[in-house]
Design a protein around this ligand. Structure first.
Ligand code: PLP
Length: 409
């Protein structure tokens, strides 16, 4: 048991920061999530520069896309300029139109909602399952039984009379929720599923990779994600026809021709440049090392916080093998969150709160939303811990477990 002094908010914040400070090696500041380069990147990027093909389309784009498909087991991958563009493309291909509503969690990065708004559709916020950080299928079912009305094969929000066209499920912090239960609810209401798997490359549930439940899914390779291409993303799909449409749509809808510029719809310049894909190929080759390091770090945090009063480390959901993108510490007392963030910041440790729930942001404040009790609790009590693979790789490097870590000079 803690002494009375230690159980004050500041006492707990101070104790946690001291524990983290001792546990985390290396120079300060320690980033929330930094990229890890294991060496192969140099050769790939040099090869790309030597080829002269640095922009969209090129051998590395094809190579990276094939490697992504092979790794995830999802047959078609289309590399894009970022995750937001990938999600935007998924929404277009799912038939989202101006005036539609798209269900998505309030507890996600703003990049989940922005492409919905870009299309002239309205985000409609749903609550999160505390055990998985995914959309709560039971609460959603309950809510839809009240507001949803089927007309033919289209589901409408009876309050706004707008189509509920799709739901974007997000694999928050790399954890995968109960997708079978979620799909069963959505199928009953004829609502399409899209997966925002931006944080979930390398995450599996019951043997299926993130993005494997929906017809369309999006990945991100931003600098803070599990692997990086500088900036980048990908569309994943099992459907060869959707893959063909995605390729067309993201490359200005240009029809193949030896010289003529023929475009047959309003397309997008969303494809990933070859230079970024070269980086992606090397990063993906090293993903197993990164995932091992991320798992080891999560286990280290678990051992550190097990049995500590006042805090609880979020655990990988049952049936899910997570990439542990970011480790989440939940505080019993929400009043401790800001003192903890402040102290950690002063100590050079980049702890971060959850994203501010999207329904609290000015541009999304008036969007429809179901009751969001779990979103509020998680936001008020959650703090993300420094989670870079490099925190483990540096340690292991000292023990020469990762001889391939250093770039060859
Ligand atoms: C990173 C992220 C995105 C956007 O990806 P970008 O590559 O930064 O455009 C979308 N959704 C979620 C949940 C993310 O974490």
């Amino acid at each position: 048991m803690d002494s009375a002094a230690e159980s004050t908010a500041d006492g707990i914040a101070e104790r946690i920061v001291e524990m983290l400070d001792r546990a985390l090696p290396g120079e300060r500041p320690i980033a929330l999530h930094e990229p890890a380069f294991q060496g192969g990147e140099w050769d790939r990027v040099r090869d790309c520069l030597d080829s002269g093909w640095v922009s969209s389309v090129g051998g590395h784009v094809d190579g990276f896309e094939q490697a992504l498909a092979a790794y995830t087991g999802i047959p078609h991958a289309l590399a894009t300029v970022n995750g937001t563009a990938a999600l935007h493309s998924c929404l277009v291909l799912a038939g989202v139109q101006p005036g539609d509503e798209v269900l998505l969690p309030a507890l996600t990065f703003v990049g989940t909602a922005n492409p919905v708004a870009h299309l002239g559709a309205t985000p409609h916020f749903v609550d999160t399952d505390r055990a998985t950080l995914g959309v709560d299928p039971l609460a959603l079912d309950d809510y839809l039984s009240d507001i949803a009305r089927l007309r033919g094969n289209t589901c409408y929000n009876r309050h706004s009379d707008r189509p509920l066209r799709a739901l974007v499920a997000v694999h928050v912090l790399g954890h995968i929720g109960d997708m079978d239960a979620l799909l069963a609810v959505l199928e009953r209401y004829r609502i399409g599923l899209i997966e925002d798997a931006a944080e979930a490359l390398g995450s599996w549930r019951e043997g299926r990779h993130a993005g494997g439940w929906a017809r369309l899914a999006a990945l991100s390779f931003n600098g803070n994600k599990i692997i990086t291409t500088g900036g980048g993303g990908a569309i994943l799909t099992r459907d060869p026809d959707l893959a063909r449409q995605a390729r067309h749509l993201t490359t200005t809808a240009k029809r193949p021709h030896p010289w003529a510029f023929e475009h047959d719809q309003v397309g997008y310049n969303h494809r990933m440049p070859n230079l970024n894909a070269a980086l992606g190929e090397a990063q993906l080759e090293g993903i197993e090392t990164l995932l091992r390091a991320k798992r080891a770090l999560a286990e280290r945090y678990q051992a550190l916080f097990d049995g500590q009063a006042g805090v609880e480390l979020f655990r990988e959901p049952a049936g899910c093998r997570s990439n542990h993108w970011l480790n989440l510490l939940l505080l019993d007392d929400p009043a401790q969150r800001d003192p903890l963030l402040r102290r950690a910041h002063e100590q050079g440790l980049q702890l971060r709160p959850f994203w501010t729930p999207l329904n609290r942001l000015p541009m999304y404040r008036d969007c429809p939303a179901m009751p969001l009790p779990a979103t509020s609790t998680l936001f008020e009590r959650g703090v993300c811990l420094p989670s870079s693979a490099t925190l483990e790789l540096q340690q292991d490097l000292a023990h020469e477990k990762y001889p391939d870590h250093c770039p060859s000079s």
